[in-house]
Design a protein. Sequence first.
Length: 124
Amino acid sequence: MPSSGGWYLAGPMIAFALIGVLAGVLRWGIDRDSAMDDWDGDGWDGLDVLAGAPLDEDYGLLAPAALADDADVAAEVRRLLREAGIRATEAVRHDGRIVVLVFSDEVERARRLAAGGSPEGHPA
């Protein structure tokens, strides 16, 4: 019988190594998307003003404007948005945090307000 010199193991080892590398790259990419590029807003503790929606959460016509740790903070953000004429609602995420949702056409204005700015984008 001819000796293969161990080359019969090379194929499966290369395949497993490639799968491991692919899994690591995908894991890193998913973690980056789920971070949502959040920014800690001025004025409220436990409030993140969001730059974009995570890929695994779909709110239909609504877009997330802010993410709060506490229901009172979310209610205060909703009150602020309501006073500016922006309709808002909230939903509880799987991790227990509360996301403040607005219609997509008002999301940038809502994020500026939640971050402590004016509706037109000039600092308050």
